[in-house]
Write a protein that binds this ligand. Structure first.
Ligand SMILES: Cc1cc2nc3c(=O)[nH]c(=O)nc-3n(C[C@H](O)[C@H](O)[C@H](O)COP(=O)(O)OP(=O)(O)OC[C@H]3O[C@@H](n4cnc5c(N)ncnc54)[C@H](O)[C@@H]3O)c2cc1C
Length: 388
């Protein structure tokens, strides 16, 4: 087998990258190790309206619910209501979403091989295990879209991501106060260094958390989250799905070399404030596909990918990482103080006006330019004073 571009991984980043490689004239093969696309699901499926557009998905066919706001709970139980101006995000059926993206790749001329695992590469020879059989594929370019434990990353000698969060989630019957609001839970008890969530849809919710690595297993915090007074009042018992997964944060210094580029989770292109990777991954995957096609024709080098994706989302990801690090350092008392600071009417209005889940830096810059910024600066520490 011989292809201009071989894409490893059939998630959203792989699907988008392969579509753009094929559309730019490259013969393209996508390989996926699992027997079916979109499975197993490791996602809450909360995706902004901008992300759906970026993925070139028309209509709302995968939407299980539309979200218009959020309740954020401080460790002391204080509730902060964050109202969006309109629909902020959709809760999607992630399996159907991934499959639809792959259908678009196929329509663009991409060949797909499932049950085919990338096992290594040497220059242009990609080794795979396809249906239990060892094979070699000649690839002009390789796009590693194979998630956070990227074998392409290891095999090419590119550096990995800087940090990982561990996440766990269940799906369960749930009776929320407001079915159009996401619930966010903070505090050392439920999600040290990050947050927990309940995302409702159709009488159910995806209830989960991600946390920075620590002594106790993530399952310990899931049980704590299920004991949270807000959750207990809404959770109707039993569990229908159980998800365990990692979230990479902090993109590496280099994501491309020779004939290899990394994209999506494999390149740490994930929003450090929310752990969402579909939006940034899609933006970068389009660039990866286009540059890979140009590179095999000798019209570009992989450096163009590195430059273009960093200029598109690098600053947002870096600011997001600073925010993540600062928030992660706040103890429960500081978090209580921070959330009560955000609960002031004028700040809540600013959140409604400027809050954007894909670009939190816009709101943070706005808050830092306001007249009452002393408390915020104190809470976030020196990092922010040097940032803007
Ligand atoms: C608990 C949890 C909740 C999340 N919730 C959200 C959310 O609400 N919104 C959001 O935007 N993001 C969310 N994310 C993150 C999101 O799921 C990822 O950022 C996104 O799936 C990354 O897409 P990707 O295509 O880069 O990688 P993946 O979706 O991980 O796809 C990688 C693919 O590569 C395949 N693969 C791996 N190794 C090989 C190999 N050697 N050979 C062949 N194939 C291989 C895998 O089987 C997989 O299909 C969540 C993550 C977790 C863990």
């Amino acid at each position: 087998m011989k292809y201009d571009v071989v894409v490893v991984g059939g998630g959203p980043a792989g699907a988008m990258a392969s579509k753009y490689a094929a559309r730019n004239g490259a013969s393209t093969l996508l390989i996926e190790e699992h027997a079916s696309i979109g499975s197993p699901v490791q996602c809450t499926g909360l995706i902004s309206t901008a992300a759906l557009r970026e993925c070139e998905i028309e209509g709302e066919s995968f939407a299980l619910n539309k979200m218009k706001g959020a309740y954020v709970y401080a460790p002391d139980g204080t509730e902060l209501e964050v109202k969006g101006k309109d629909v902020m995000a959709y809760v999607i059926d992630r399996k159907m979403f991934d499959r639809s993206l792959i259908e678009q790749s196929i329509d663009s001329g991409v060949d797909i091989l499932i049950k085919t695992r990338f096992t290594g590469m040497e220059k242009n020879r990609v080794s795979v295990l396809s249906n239990g059989e060892r094979k070699e594929i000649h690839a002009g370019m390789v796009i590693g879209a194979d998630g956070l434990q990227s074998a392409v990353c290891r095999s090419s000698g590119l550096p990995g991501c800087k940090k990982f969060l561990s996440g766990m989630q269940i799906e369960a019957p749930y009776a929320p106060e407001n079915p159009e609001y996401v619930e966010i839970f903070t505090g050392q008890d439920v999600a040290p260094g990050f947050f927990g969530w309940a995302v409702p849809f159709n009488g159910m919710a995806r209830i989960g958390l991600a946390r920075t690595p620590g002594d106790k297993p993530v399952s310990h915090y899931l049980e704590k989250l299920l004991e949270h007074p807000v959750v207990t009042s809404r959770y109707r018992g039993s569990r229908t799905e159980h998800v365990v997964g990692g979230i990479p944060l902090g993109y590496p210094d280099k994501t491309a070399k020779d004939n290899v580029v990394l994209v999506g989770d494999a390149a740490g292109q994930v929003k450090p404030t929310s752990g969402g990777g579909i939006y940034m991954g899609a933006i970068c995957a389009k660039i990866a596909g286009e540059v890979a096609a140009k590179t095999v024709r000798g019209e570009a080098t992989v450096d163009e990918y590195e430059k273009r994706w960093r200029s598109a989302v690098g600053r947002e990801l870096s600011i997001g990482m600073m925010i993540h690090k600062s928030l992660g350092k706040l103890g429960d008392n500081d978090l209580n103080e921070f959330i009560s600071y955000l609960n002031q009417p004028e700040i809540r209005n600013a959140i409604t006006e400027y809050g954007d889940i894909d670009h939190p830096s816009v709101l943070f810059r706005k808050l830092l330019s306001g007249s009452d910024k002393k408390q915020l600066i104190r809470l976030f520490g020196v990092v922010f004073r040097t940032l803007f």
